[in-house]
Design a protein around this ligand. Structure first.
Ligand SMILES: N[C@@H](CCC(=O)N[C@@H](CS)C(=O)NCC(=O)O)C(=O)O
Length: 344
């Protein structure tokens, strides 16, 4: 009796073990796996100007790409130790859930249904966005409500699709929703005249309009119909990796608030007497070690990509080809919503 109970227990334990993902069986956290692999695998977009786009040499660059670069710099002191997997709206969450990528940094909105019960967790907001519309000027429409009966192109698997339905219900108007699996197909369909309007996050719309054959024939409507807090996502049940990704975003924001820049970070390490700066840069306390890194983790991040404001300016500033006003993404000290908890 005893033996059979024991073997039953052993059998159950084995069965339970085989249900645990490979990394957990090997006792390896995502961070350990990344360190052993020598690079991060970052889920990225299909190419969104300003956020993540390959340059002429095939190198991914952008505001979201900077989060992956910052992570690579924090872990390896080399912002290029990141590999990018281009994902459509439809397949991005599955890629994260299945372990194909370590982190998803791709204009992905934080919502309750995604954050709860899907095996993934939102880390921190790096861009506060909202949903907008582009229409053909010749339609003569200037407000979303005037789109009653219009066909609207949208990408599948997005909050965009859901918001469109909500807007129709709330305002008692009907859209003919035409949904596509990829960004390319969605934009191509709008360009080809299959829809009267195209809707997505406002931040991507400006760049998309610029890429249309005749941008002047299209109008960006002034309304914003939703809240789209965007930021990196990780798989659930790996608290250390969640903490690290989240604090990398916070470090970028805190650095801007504290006036630490790519140009002055070395000097700040040597001379700053400000305790908040000293803690962020690891001159005092051992916060880097508590994150599984060395204490100068934030120094490496700031050297690689600059602070939050510098990254924003590089990708969305007036000198960039994807100008977006800083708007609500200004720091809280300047009337915006960007607010990171203190390093202490
Ligand atoms: N933020 C929204 C929409 C993001 C999104 O994926 N938008 C479509 C618009 S066509 C897209 O493919 N964007 C390109 C990209 O982010 O790669 C969400 O998380 O669902």
């Amino acid at each position: 009796m005893k033996t059979s109970l024991l073997s039953l227990a052993a059998g159950l334990a084995l069965a339970a073990l085989s249900a645990i993902p490979a990394f957990a069986q090997a006792g390896q956290s995502t961070l350990d796996k990344i360190k052993a692999r020598g690079q991060i695998i970052c889920g990225t977009s299909e190419g969104v100007p300003g956020f993540s786009l390959q340059d002429a040499k095939g190198v991914w660059r952008g505001f979201d790409t900077d989060v992956c670069r910052a992570l690579a710099a924090a872990i390896f002191n080399d912002q290029d130790k990141a590999m990018y997997l281009s994902l459509s709206s439809k397949n991005r969450l599955v890629a994260l859930q299945s372990g194909e990528i370590d982190v998803l940094a791709r204009t992905t909105t934080w919502s309750l249904s995604r954050d709860i019960g899907q095996g993934i967790s939102f880390t921190a907001v790096n861009y506060y966005d909202g949903q907008g519309f582009i229409v053909r000027k010749k339609l003569g429409v200037t407000k979303v409500k005037e789109l009653d009966g219009a066909s609207v192109c949208v990408a599948q698997g997005t909050t965009t699709e859901l918001n469109l339905a909500d807007y129709g219900r709330t305002n008692k108007i009907k859209f003919e929703t035409v949904a596509f699996a990829t960004l390319e197909e969605t934009v191509a369909a709008y360009e080809a005249g299959r829809c009267d309007a195209y809707t997505t996050d406002l931040s991507s719309l400006a760049g998309t309009r610029g890429k249309l054959q005749k941008p002047d024939e299209h109008l960006l409507l002034q309304e914003v119909i939703s809240k789209e807090p965007l930021g990196p996502w990780v798989r659930k049940n790996d608290q250390a990796w969640f903490d690290l990704v989240r604090w990398v975003v916070f470090a970028l924001i805190d650095a801007e608030e504290l006036g630490v820049t790519q140009a002055n970070v070395d000097e700040m390490v040597k001379t700053s007497q400000n305790p908040e700066v000293r803690r962020l840069l690891g001159v005092e306390s051992k916060f880097g070690e508590s994150l599984g890194l060395t204490n100068d983790w934030a120094v490496r991040i700031i050297k690689a990509v600059g602070n939050y404001g510098e990254s924003f300016e590089r990708h969305f500033g007036e000198k960039s080809s994807n100008y977006l006003p800083r708007g609500v993404n200004r720091l809280w000290t300047q009337g915006g919503l960007q607010y990171a908890p203190p390093v202490r």
